[in-house]
Design a protein. Structure first.
Length: 405
């Protein structure tokens, strides 16, 4: 037993001596190529093993021949170990260089392409992470490009929409100044209507900027969806009557939701007015609401003839406009009532209304979608329900009862 302890002690002393020699190398090799680090680790192992073996061999009083055999075995083993470490280190270094070259392509048009066969699992995991990061970055770049294009289109459309009322205001103001107007009161009414239109456009831009900046503040309260629909339909009813469009109850349940009443009323108003303006005379716009699990689904169906399938994913983008069927034309001042009230019901025509709809609904942790139904489109809002119970409400259809003003 004592001999074993002596051998163990001698081997430990040899390894400790080798470790003391290698300690400065560890500091010197910081931030150096991985080949040198692996070679140093292998050299430390070889020197520690050789020192321990030689120390034990000396104490064993081996014959010169046997001691020479031990030295040869130690030298050959050390050389093979160092060669293997150098080979593996070069492979890892080569794989690391390939990954570094490929990583430079992250965010470029070509995109990141992972090396075919990483030499170690860590480099393979890093390559997979870079590939995933590159995919997310490409998606973000595509969204940014789409957003930039949408902003450019929006600026162009807003500029065009601003020129029209401004040109009319300038012409009417000049006519009033020159005193060539037979009915000044009519011009005053038209000027007020155009100012209302410009004001609505500015309000929509401000609301959209708050939504996109994430600063939209919601005042949540438990409200019946029946009451929200009632308010929105009552406001949109004069426009429907003017355009000869029928409003129909598609089944509106008295379900509670926890929402910002003003915001959701605006959402419903935008959808209703867009539907009414896109529906031809004698057409029908239907409103429905039902429960779907822990959500309340509110739908607005129109008879616009549908939206091209390729445009459906872009409906809620900022500045999007379809063809004449769904682009709300400005209400002529002579047809506007009560100082532009109908214009304030929905989209100003600048392609902001549906973007505002999506922003407000998503701020409520809900979602909005659109699909074609054959005769027209169906816009659906999905909002979190406030509870399973129904809430009290009036009888009959909200604001769809023709007896109500």
């Amino acid at each position: 037993m004592s001999e074993v302890l002596v051998i163990v002690g001698l081997a430990a002393l040899g390894a400790l001596f080798a470790g003391m020699l290698a300690a400065p190398a560890v500091t010197l090799l910081r931030r150096r190529p991985v080949v040198l680090s692996m070679f140093a680790v292998a050299a430390l192992a070889v020197v520690a093993m050789a020192a321990g073996t030689i120390a034990v061999a000396v104490e064993m009083f081996l014959s010169p021949h046997d001691f020479q055999v031990v030295l040869i075995v130690v030298a050959v083993s050390g050389a093979v170990s160092l060669g293997a470490a150098l080979l593996f280190g070069r492979r890892i270094a080569a794989g690391s260089r390939e990954l570094a070259v490929a990583a430079r392509a992250v965010g470029s048009e070509a995109g990141f392409v992972a090396p075919a066969d990483p030499p170690i699992a860590e480099l393979a995991a890093l390559a997979a992470a870079l590939e995933e990061t590159g995919a997310r970055l490409r998606a973000a770049q595509e969204r940014e490009r789409a957003l930039d294009a949408s902003r450019r289109d929006l600026v162009a459309w807003i500029s065009h929409d601003l020129r029209t009322p401004l040109a009319g205001l300038r012409a009417m103001a000049e006519a009033l100044e020159d005193g060539v107007v037979a009915e000044p009161g009519r011009y005053h009414t038209r000027i007020r209507a155009e100012v209302e239109r410009l004001s609505d456009m500015v309000d929509d831009l401000f609301e959209l900027s708050r939504i996109q900046a994430g600063s939209l503040e919601l005042t949540l309260a438990r409200i019946s969806i029946y009451d929200l629909v009632d308010d929105a339909i009552a406001t949109a009813r004069p426009l429907a009557e003017q355009r000869g469009v029928r409003l129909r109850d598609g089944g509106i349940a008295r379900l509670p939701v926890r929402v910002d009443g003003q915001g959701i009323t605006r959402v419903l108003g935008n959808l209703l007015v867009n539907a009414i303006r896109a529906t031809p005379a004698d057409g029908t716009v239907a409103v429905s609401a039902h429960r779907d699990g822990d959500r309340v689904v509110l739908a607005v169906d129109d008879a616009c003839g549908g939206i091209p399938e390729q445009d459906l994913p872009r409906v809620f983008e900022t500045g999007w406009r379809d063809g004449p069927a769904r682009t709300p034309a400005a209400v002529p001042p002579a047809e506007d009532d009560a100082g532009g009230r109908q214009r304030r019901l929905g989209d100003t025509g600048a392609g902001l209304g549906l973007a505002i709809v999506r922003g407000i609904v998503e701020a409520h942790a809900g979602r909005v979608s659109v699909r074609n139904t054959g005769v027209g489109c169906r816009f659906e809002l999905t909002l979190p329900a406030a509870g399973a119970e129904r809430v009290p409400g009036g009888t009959g259809s909200p604001a769809l009862d023709q007896r109500r003003p």
